[in-house]
Design a protein around this ligand. Structure first.
Ligand SMILES: [Zn+2]
Ligand SMILES: [Zn+2]
Length: 487
């Protein structure tokens, strides 16, 4: 546990595979009560505490879930002891789960709350501060009573992450608040409820060059309410043809285009930061947008941590370390994301373009969600990254950085970014069903062929897998693969 008191809300995130296993167990159609335990990682931020579902233990009826001394049924003492010990050993929190009848509304019974008060103070001690707590489900609702060393809090909501990413609450929410009439044509597609969901989203964009600047413009026009933009570069005059919103004045082009290198360097120092240009573009599209500009690199932990409370992350830069950190954020913190990129291979002997490929890789948490390490988009050497000392790490870093001097054209960036932008809109407004396959899209531009690839998955992956050593859903309780010292 951190030393910060938990003064803010507690939420829970779960990936759809785990959630459907849980739902099938709780609601097999017999209208009876059933039980389970979820082991959770924890992520703390200024926005509150996120619990992250990592492992599910289904209680067998009549064996692990038995007639209760006080209430109707209860988890057996042995099941509680075994599962809470599992959580203690792995430094995870413990949530006991059961279901009630009903569909859109649910609350704990007096017996439920009484059993929490009898059991959870001791369980908190056993699990080294947990958190511990309970969830009660109806078909489309969930309530939670979460105990931490700093006090007891209700669960604000549960977010199910998948092609249809959605929130469950204890009871139906209020009708959407006022939605600006400028979004009338949006509402015809996904309702004012959809627009309200978009305005409640916090989205990270890593890299505000060609692909990232397009995403930045589109997301702000879409009505996304909060953007965290990360880029460590100032505008170079060679960026002008593809950075949305950039002008010659922004890059001090009159200096950057001089013959004398000292004038060019002065121009580079005077040029505006890409995140500042992106902020201008976003606020023109949506004046009330909350916009965080970070002039930095997600390879640095203090920068990466600014993304741990986002709802979605775009990776639009193309070096190995940022891919590794992005992938870790998705898996460790259960935040869906997408990587966009363009690769142009030039045959330098024949002096011709050999291949142009644009890629849109959606990356959802969990096995088969598109983990970049399983896809081998992150070379396996970088898996040893953490074993390296700082100097070795330094030597290995940025050996491959395809964006440097690679061919780059805005029309190619559009091909990879457009699908990724649309995916966010479809996922959060409920226009995708949960069974939509989030395949990888590769566009072989030269032959005008769009191909889909099913994501690869390795059960033993240390990021997306659920083996003991995997960092999946561990949140703050595992280290991010960032460099030790800020650059
Ligand atoms: Zn109950
Ligand atoms: Zn993986």
């Amino acid at each position: 546990m951190g030393t910060e008191p938990l003064t803010t809300s507690v939420t829970l995130r779960i990936d759809r595979a785990l959630f459907s296993r849980l739902q099938a167990h709780l609601f097999p159609g017999d209208s009876d009560e059933h039980g389970a335990v979820i082991a959770v990682g924890v992520a703390e931020s200024a926005a509150g505490t996120r619990l992250l579902a990592r492992e599910l233990f289904l209680a067998r009826d009549g064996v692990d879930y038995v007639p209760g001394e006080f209430g109707y049924r209860a988890l057996s003492a042995r099941f509680v002891a075994e599962t809470s010990n599992y959580c203690r050993v792995r430094n995870l929190g413990y949530l006991a789960v059961h279901c009630h009848g009903g569909s859109n509304q649910v609350a704990f019974s007096g017996d439920d709350l009484g059993s929490h008060e009898r059991g959870y103070p001791a369980l908190l001690a056993v699990t080294n501060g947990g958190p511990v707590g309970a969830l009660v489900f109806a078909q489309n609702a969930v309530a939670g009573d979460i105990w931490t060393v700093d006090g007891r809090r209700p669960l604000k909501r549960l977010t199910v992450i998948g092609p249809h990413t959605r929130d469950l609450y204890p009871e139906p929410g209020d009708a959407p608040s006022y939605i600006s009439p400028i979004y009338q044509r949006h509402s015809l597609l996904f309702g004012s409820a959809g627009q309200e969901i978009l305005s409640g989203l916090k989205v990270g964009i890593v890299g505000l060059g060609g692909g990232g600047s397009l995403l930045n413009e589109w997301l702000s026009r879409l009505g996304v309410g909060h953007v965290v933009a990360i880029d460590r570069e100032r505008l170079d005059h060679t960026n002008l043809p593809r950075v949305v919103g950039a002008s010659r004045r922004d890059c001090a082009a009159w200096l950057q285009e001089r013959r004398w290198s000292w004038l060019r360097r002065a121009g580079q120092r005077l040029a505006r930061r890409k995140v500042d240009i992106a902020r201008d573009v976003a606020t023109r599209a949506k004046p009330d947008i909350i916009y965080e500009r970070i002039f930095g690199d997600i390879a640095d932990e203090h920068v990466a941590r600014r993304l741990t409370d986002t709802d979605f992350i775009y990776l639009a830069t193309d070096n190995i370390q940022s891919r590794l950190v992005f992938n870790a954020l998705v898996q460790q913190y259960l935040i869906p994301g997408a990587q966009v990129g363009v690769k142009v291979l030039v045959d330098s002997l024949a002096r011709r373009v050999a291949n142009i490929t644009t890629a849109t890789r959606s990356v959802l948490p969990g096995v088969g969600g598109g983990c970049l390490v399983c896809q081998e988009v992150v070379p396996s050497d970088s898996l040893q990254e953490e074993a390296l000392d700082d100097d070795e790490r330094q030597a290995q870093r940025y050996v491959e950085d395809p964006e440097v001097h690679a061919p780059s054209v805005i029309t190619l960036n559009v091909l990879s970014a457009a699908q990724a932008a649309n995916d966010l809109m479809m996922m959060f407004t409920g226009l995708y069903d949960d069974d939509v396959k989030m395949t990888q899209h590769l566009n072989f531009v030269g032959s005008r062929q769009l191909k889909e690839f099913a994501p690869l998955a390795h059960e033993s992956c240390i990021w997306c897998g659920t083996m003991d050593h995997a960092k999946y859903a561990c949140g703050d309780r595992a280290r991010l693969p960032c460099r030790q010292k800020p650059s």
